[in-house]
Design a protein around this ligand. Structure first.
Ligand SMILES: Nc1nc2c(ncn2[C@@H]2O[C@H](COP(=O)(O)OP(=O)(O)OP(=O)(O)O)[C@@H](O)[C@H]2O)c(=O)[nH]1
Ligand SMILES: [Mg+2]
Length: 513
């Protein structure tokens, strides 16, 4: 029995008048009796409160008597994943799928092959474009940053014609771009809402940092991650299911369904050139600077380039990590239902986070039990794709404040994921100074100090919203630092979110205070 249930109500026989004092010598009963000086108003209030307590107590007894299986469906709990584009919402949804519906995840595994291949092609393009750009800058002697990198970590990029002859990779870029475009067309890719101009200013007003080069592309190719027409999952996963049942009748060594894909064939042809470039000292130095890291486009370039030999192998099947790192932007809103246990169903809404899509969120916020808001802390030094004059994390703070102050979400608990802290740590370690982008930050450029500072700022957002409201209603805020691509970590956090949900459910039914 819950400690918050009134002992008086529990002990009151259901047929006795609540207001009648008993004549007893039992010291416990005497202690429960109203004081002799009780006024009429106090008596009325007491009777009212005893009646409510009794009612609640009866409801609890009824709930506890009910075996969980008596409800065919169980309790449905609505949760929404919110946050800007690239925050990691769909990645968390994939983790939920892995945890709560592993069979469906398994059925779809082969369907990811094509998406992984496209993410890999995109990563190869980013690598080649970046190196070509450095080569260009080197030739024109425009980049003093390159000289500094050279003095730190050896030669960066080819210097002259003699070196150009040692750059077999340079000839591959045109075909990589062509094949990537063909794949995007085949998968039904959309265009991007906003292009990032070359002169996108940093918040600090300083010269555009080298890391912002990553988003550059040529030939009208989308600079942003892949956006697919609605229904892409159906197309790819139905095909994958069919090919899976087909492959069960085939010998183990039979080629995968993408084996005759021109993109795959080409990537295999250039694999050794790409790998030697990727392991080159110049690339390593740029990598150390975070240049291939989750920069402008959030593209997980390093992950796919590190995994190149495995992804291009003839027996390749996407593993969970490949699926978690694959980027497909969400368009519109998708809903997913998971059975958590015999008594609880989650309905999760995953939304597209770019500015042009946020207006659609409102119609899904009714009746929401919890929101999981993702804020990518690693974005502290990035401009927002939709509005390059705005810092991405600044946009996240503004969005969070809007969400917290939304009247539809007033009763919902807020689970805040301070996400991408692995990338935050790498960026800080590579020397990127938080203070350069966030002038208000006066602390050390130390990971622990930085995330705590951001956590404080998010808490301040909630406090400010609460203070502005006349009723001053407190929000229930739960903060976690997360790496959404890490299954082990997210599993533990989702378990804790589930405990929160259960507690909230009990609070709603009055089982706990
Ligand atoms: N390294 C790292 N990568 C992450 C993390 N969380 C997400 N990602 C990657 O970031 C990219 C974007 O994640 P998504 O889950 O697609 O972002 P989203 O919030 O759904 O974005 P939209 O659908 O555009 O609104 C993917 O490539 C993920 O693999 C993280 O904590 N660490
Ligand atoms: Mg998404």
């Amino acid at each position: 029995m819950s400690p918050s249930v009134s002992p008086r109500a529990r002990r009151t026989p259901s047929n006795s008048p609540l207001s009648t004092p008993t004549t007893t010598t039992d010291p416990f009963s005497l202690a429960l009796q109203p004081p002799p000086t009780e006024t009429a108003a106090e008596k009325a209030a007491r009777i009212q409160s005893e009646r409510l307590a009794k009612q609640r107590s009866d409801e609890i007894d009824k709930l506890l008597r009910q075996p969980p299986s008596t409800s065919p469906k169980g309790r449905e709990y609505k949760m929404v994943l919110l946050g800007q584009a690239g925050a990691g919402k769909t990645t968390v949804l994939k983790q939920m799928r892995l945890l709560y519906d592993p069979q469906a995840h398994e059925r779809e595994r082969r369907g990811w092959t094509k998406i992984v291949l496209l993410n890999t092609m995109c990563s190869v393009r980013v690598l080649l474009e970046t190196m070509e750009r450095f080569h260009q800058e080197r030739k024109e002697r425009r980049s003093s940053e390159l000289d500094r990198l050279e003095s730190e970590g050896g030669e960066v990029g080819p210097k002259n014609e003699r070196n150009e002859a040692r750059m077999p990779w340079a000839a591959h870029l045109g075909e990589v771009v062509r094949l990537e475009m063909a794949m995007r067309r085949e998968l039904g890719a959309f265009g991007e809402e906003a292009e990032v101009p070359d002169t996108a200013p940093g918040k600090s007003g300083q010269a555009r940092p080298l890391s912002s080069l990553e988003g550059k592309s040529r030939g009208g190719l989308e600079k942003s991650p892949l956006i697919l027409r609605p229904g892409w999952q159906e197309r790819l996963f139905t095909y994958a299911r069919r090919s899976l049942s087909h492959s069960r009748t085939q010998p183990e060594s039979s080629p995968s369904d993408t084996d005759d894909d021109p993109a795959l064939i080409f990537l295999r042809t250039i694999q050794s050139d790409i790998l030697s470039l990727w392991s080159d000292a110049s690339c390593r130095a740029l990598r150390h600077r975070g240049l291939f890291l989750d920069a402008q486009t959030d593209s997980p370039t390093t992950y796919f380039l590190d995994s190149l030999p495995r992804i291009l192998s003839p027996t390749y099947t996407p593993n969970d990590e490949d699926i978690l790192h694959s980027r497909v932007r969400t368009l519109g809103i998708t809903s997913h239902t998971f059975r958590i246990d015999r008594t609880l169903l989650y309905t999760i809404y995953d939304v597209g986070g770019s500015r042009s899509q946020r207006h659609a969120w409102a119609s899904y916020l009714d009746d929401v039990g919890s929101i999981i808001f993702l804020a990518p802390l690693s974005a502290f030094d990035q401009p927002l794709v939709e509005d390059p004059g705005v810092n991405r994390l600044e946009d996240s703070f503004a969005l969070f404040s809007q969400v917290v102050s939304n009247p539809l979400l007033r009763g919902a608990s807020i689970v805040l994921f301070l996400n991408k802290i692995d990338l935050l740590e790498q960026k800080l370690r590579s020397g990127i100074q938080l203070g350069r982008y966030w002038a208000a930050y006066q602390g050390d450029n130390d990971f622990e100090a930085v995330w705590r500072w951001f956590r404080g700022k998010f808490r301040d957002c909630v406090r400010e919203v609460e203070e502005k409201e006349a009723e001053g209603e407190k929000r229930r805020l739960y903060v976690h630092t997360t790496v959404a691509t890490s299954s082990a970590q997210i599993r533990a956090i989702l378990m804790s979110v589930k405990d929160t949900v259960l507690r909230e459910n009990l609070r709603v039914t009055g089982l706990v205070g």
